[in-house]
Design a protein around this ligand. Structure first.
Ligand SMILES: *[C@@H]1O[C@H](CO)[C@@H](O)[C@H](O)[C@H]1NC(C)=O
Ligand SMILES: *[C@@H]1O[C@H](CO)[C@@H](O)[C@H](O)[C@H]1NC(C)=O
Ligand SMILES: *[C@@H]1O[C@H](CO)[C@@H](O)[C@H](O)[C@H]1NC(C)=O
Ligand SMILES: *[C@@H]1O[C@H](CO)[C@@H](O)[C@H](O)[C@H]1NC(C)=O
Ligand SMILES: *[C@@H]1O[C@H](CO)[C@@H](O)[C@H](O)[C@H]1NC(C)=O
Length: 785
């Protein structure tokens, strides 16, 4: 029954989107251009690299062997020219698709005939759904729309530089909005399923790596999460990272992106890690990613990240040294032209060999071949029949709506301020600079959306007498019109404010210095709340967290919603939540810290607290200070309960593991034993896995989608052992009708889930108590030899 209600609601939403579909977009499904490429045209017939029946390696070797040294070097930049004599087409490596196919970068042209692509919410909001199946379906849509654009002759590349999976370590980071949040396990899961969707793989299980629908790229490898903080820029920043933090915070999303997602691309970052530029780090690129994780694909630099190794960082003495450093480390293509410019002189000076170049070229051409770009007429390829009618379909647009609906987080709802009732709200005041600008719904790295509609426009369809006042100019809120806003607020029945941030405040190259709302925003909100007849509703559009303690405690602010940057369907999703047509179920994927947190230097990469110096630690796993809202926080219009079901929760005896080898702790921790996970061995680890069955009930009054979060808690997190306070070990999103009950089974693997990184970066399990928690319930499990 819940399903029925949902589908009719859905139908209404899709219909509304259709009505709003702009004529320009409808006209876009125009005739396809000529197919972009026929392999080997102009080359000798039956050339092996065009023979799709041969293994990729053989074809690549054949092609590379035919290139002159000049031709080879020409291929090492993101704009790789054609080699006409062999029928090798030009290729553009740089395309973007962070939350929908975008025309940022150089590979995608959305100036026509196709002029739009489905624009999903900015990633931080989609993450808040805690729903991997949703993340996967978004990846799938991106893969399909990318192919459609390519088949329509509007793409010169199919390598997309998404997802951004750096851990959102500091709330001020301007690009935190692009990421799935602060938890490494969650980011790793997001990475894996998103990549699988984009590349045309199944959501789980084995993949056929010779067949890519589109190529996804795990970026920015690694420990990159600072743009420009008090003059320290990402181009020169040297991130000092401990082995422990690298192992259990910074690298896990990348490991998962490669091992579970089978990503075909990695981008090395601008910053250095412990002195070494990541693009010049053999240990990171070759030993860790390729050898240890089994990475199969190409590695690109971030744009101009090779030149800065010499120019900005002075790490390499000459341009040729920079070229040698990156090629020998395992980087394959340079976003920019530095390697193309200085490759020949590096070779002449003996700093690199032709072998170094061939190594990179093999990775590059293998990806292009896996994409089917050397298979002749692209329309005869596996993905060749995806036409322009596959872009901005009603299904894709309704998925954009679903993602926005499922991500929105209800932060406060006192005295049933929400939901509003259409029949009872006779007049509505809509206040705020973020209420009537569709571009601001998109965050950054967006493409032209299928539809353009603002929250104000949607709300005007809900309440006929809707009155608007911007109140101030932009998020900076330094040009105000507070009296006009107050006038509107005092004259209407209900008031909704659209405040928060915009890209002037948080974006690439711009970190925030404060966590409070900028400019006169607080004063505007309070003036409006004082003037309104009833407690007002505050909707925050922003990626990073803000300290809104004043609003949390102000009784004249009845409800608060966080809606991230909700994408093309965001206005509709917000209205549906406000009017109870959708029950909010999103949870915060990051900790919301108080303004006081800004005393912590952004440049301090340590995750763990250091009580001796007052350093509070970072993220819910290690932060030991007060919060505005916690990681995983979010309300609903319904009440839910959770408990473990004993009959389905069968932990093994932890004392019966043969050969369990204790390693004494060297650090603080009372000399308690810990066990080396590697020494336990895969087979014993397998035997330790157990099911944890959780009963979840929706106590009403509304149907809703509800994320269930499973955590591991250690006792004594503050004893100096460096353990997290708690750690997310599983999550699942359920749709439950009012009063409905369901059971979810989690598989718990003590080796994976109970382990932590020791100071030297080894995986260990502590002797003693561990608690598995869901909601208000937990059970204990003790590790004893
Ligand atoms: C994009 O395509 C349009 C229409 O075909 C064309 O006019 C324009 O030059 C292209 N832009 C680029 C950068 O190639
Ligand atoms: C993998 O994909 C390639 C290219 O589509 C195809 O030729 C091959 O048969 C597939 N391999 C398997 C095992 O399915
Ligand atoms: C909407 O916001 C964008 C991005 O901040 C800005 O460039 C544009 O001028 C705004 N449009 C209007 C009509 O205010
Ligand atoms: C308002 O703030 C913006 C962004 O910080 C700034 O560019 C602009 O100069 C300011 N305008 C005024 C009138 O202070
Ligand atoms: C917690 O730490 C204290 C002090 O180090 C120790 O006495 C106590 O036994 C520990 N408790 C557990 C459950 O490990």
């Amino acid at each position: 029954m819940g399903d029925h209600a949902r589908s009719s609601l859905h139908a209404a939403a899709v219909l509304l989107l259709h009505l709003l579909l702009s004529p320009a977009t409808a006209a876009a499904a125009a005739a396809a251009a000529e197919p972009p490429y026929t392999c080997g045209a102009g080359a000798p017939p039956n050339i092996p690299f065009c023979d799709r029946s041969l293994p990729i390696d053989r074809r690549v070797d054949d092609l590379v062997a035919r290139l002159t040294v000049e031709e080879k070097i020409s291929q090492l930049g993101d704009e790789s020219p054609a080699v006409a004599r062999l029928g090798v087409p030009a290729y553009k490596w740089w395309s973007e698709a962070l939350h929908g196919v975008s025309d940022h970068g150089r590979g995608i042209n959305l100036s026509g005939p196709l002029r739009a692509a489905t624009s999903f919410p900015q990633v931080i909001l989609t993450a808040a759904s805690f729903d991997p199946h949703l993340w996967y379906r978004i990846g799938q849509v991106i893969g399909v729309e990318a192919r459609a654009v390519y088949n329509n002759g509007q793409a010169e590349g199919l390598t997309f530089w998404a997802p951004n999976i750096n851990v959102f370590r500091d709330p001020r980071w301007g690009r935190g909005q692009e990421t799935p949040g602060e938890d490494p396990t969650m980011s790793g899961k997001y990475a894996a399923v998103f990549v699988r969707g984009v590349q045309g793989y199944a959501i789980a299980g084995p993949v056929n790596s010779t067949d890519l629908e589109a190529s996804a790229c795990c970026k920015h490898f690694t420990a990159y999460d600072l743009e420009n903080w008090k003059g320290v820029t990402r181009y020169v920043f040297d991130a000092k990272v401990t082995a422990q933090d690298l192992e259990d915070t910074y690298n896990p999303p990348f490991k998962s992106c490669v091992e579970d997602g089978h990503a075909s691309g990695i981008m090395c970052s601008y910053n250095r890690v412990n002195g070494v530029p990541t693009c010049a780090d053999y240990n990171l690129l070759s030993k860790t990613a390729r050898q240890s994780w089994g990475f199969y694909g190409y590695i690109t630099s971030d744009c101009d990240a090779v030149s800065i190794i010499h120019d900005a960082q002075g790490y390499a003495k000459t341009a040729e040294d920079a070229v040698a450093d990156v090629l020998k480390a395992g980087m394959d293509v340079n976003c920019g032209s530095y390697v193309q410019q200085h490759g020949a002189s590096a070779l002449q000076q003996g700093k690199i060999t032709e072998h170094d170049i061939d190594r990179a070229l093999r990775n590059l051409f293998a990806v292009r071949m896996r994409l089917g770009l050397f298979n002749g007429d692209p329309r005869r390829n596996r993905y060749g029949n995806i036409g322009p009618d596959q872009v901005c379909t009603p299904e894709h647009q309704s998925l954009a709506l679903e993602a926005a609906q499922d991500g929105i987080v209800l932060l406060k709802n006192d005295g049933g301020a929400l939901p509003l009732s259409k029949s009872k709200v006779t007049s509505l005041g809509v206040i705020g600079f973020n209420a009537n600008n569709a571009t601001r719904l998109l965050g950054n790295y967006y493409g032209p959306p299928c539809v353009t509609v603002t929250p104000l426009q949607v709300l005007q369809g809900y309440v006929k007498d809707t009155r608007f006042a911007a109140g101030c100019n932009a998020a900076a809120c330094n040009v105000t019109a507070i009296p006009e806003a107050v006038q509107v607020a005092s004259s209407v029945d209900s008031v909704v404010l659209f405040m928060g941030l915009d890209q002037d405040q948080e974006r690439e190259e711009v970190d925030r210095l404060d966590l409070t709302l900028p400019g006169q925003q607080q004063s505007l909100i309070e003036s409006v709340a004082n003037a309104a007849k009833k407690p007002v509703i505050l909707v925050l559009l922003c990626g990073g967290p803000v300290d809104i303690s004043f609003a949390k405690t102000n009784p004249k602010i009845g409800a608060i919603l966080w809606a991230g940057y909700p994408g093309e369907a965001g206005g509709l999703a917000i209205a549906q939540v406000l009017f109870g047509e959708h029950n909010p179920g999103g949870r915060l994927p990051v900790t919301w810290y108080p303004q006081d947190f800004t005393k912590v230097p952004m440049t301090d990469m340590r995750m763990r607290a250091d009580p001796a110096t007052g350093y509070p630690g970072r993220t819910y796993r290690f932060y030991r200070g007060p919060t505005v809202f916690d990681f995983g926080y979010g309300l609903s219009y319904s009440k839910y309960s959770h408990r473990f079901v004993a009959s389905g929760t069968k932990p093994p005896s932890m004392s019966k593991i043969a050969g369990l080898k204790a390693v004494e702790t060297t650090a603080a921790g009372g000399g308690a034993a810990m066990y080396d996970v590697e020494a336990i061995g895969e087979e014993a680890c397998e035997r330790l896995r157990f099911p944890a069955l959780v009963r979840v009930q929706n106590h009403g009054p509304m149907e809703g989608k509800h994320p269930v979060l499973l955590f591991l808690r250690w006792p004594n997190a503050t004893d100096g052992s460096g353990r997290p306070a708690r750690q997310l070990i599983g999550f699942r999103s359920l749709r439950l009708g009012a009063m409905e009950t369901a059971h979810v089974e989690f598989e718990v693997s003590p080796c994976k889930h109970f382990s932590r990184a020791s100071e030297d970066g080894r995986k260990v399990i502590d002797q003693g108590s561990h608690f598995v928690m869901v909601g208000e319930d937990e059970f204990e499990l003790s590790f004893m030899a």
